[in-house]
Design a protein around this ligand. Structure first.
Ligand SMILES: [Zn+2]
Length: 135
């Protein structure tokens, strides 16, 4: 996993996690990375001056805090969301179109499926998988 500091065309700075740099390029060229503040998809990579100034120790602390926060999200999602695995995109579309019962679901989606969900206006949230990294 790598974190990129991104900036949208409206000047909002935000951090985004990706599996690797190729994954960022793929999602960036597909136009599915959006600003969490204004939803703009015209985002570019930037280097945060704050990250550069931090010592390794401080950076590590920040990473640990980020991992802990993500673990809490995962625990919450595990408890309250039904796991539909690779059927996520299909199921999310069905719920969106009223063909399936409205409920919280979680699962995995390919980049292509994410594009479809976005085009259909289905709201979803991507959460980086940290559990495996911590093992
Ligand atoms: Zn923005």
């Amino acid at each position: 996993m790598i974190a990129y500091d991104l900036i949208c065309s409206n000047g909002h700075l935000f951090e985004c996690w990706f599996k690797d740099s190729a994954s960022f390029e793929e999602q960036h060229s597909a136009g599915i990375i959006n600003c969490p503040i204004c939803d703009d998809t015209q985002v570019v990579k930037t280097l945060s001056p704050f990250m550069i100034k931090k010592s390794d120790g401080e950076r590590k602390k920040g990473e640990e805090a980020a991992h802990q926060a993500l673990q809490l999200i995962h625990e919450y999602v595990d408890k309250h969301f039904e796991d539909v695995g690779a059927e996520f995109a299909q199921e999310a579309l069905k719920i969106h179109q009223g063909e399936a019962e409205k409920r919280n679901i979680r699962g995995t989606a390919t980049t292509e499926e994410e594009v479809i969900l976005k085009e259909e206006g289905v709201p979803f949230l991507k959460v980086p998988i940290v559990k495996r990294l911590l093992n």
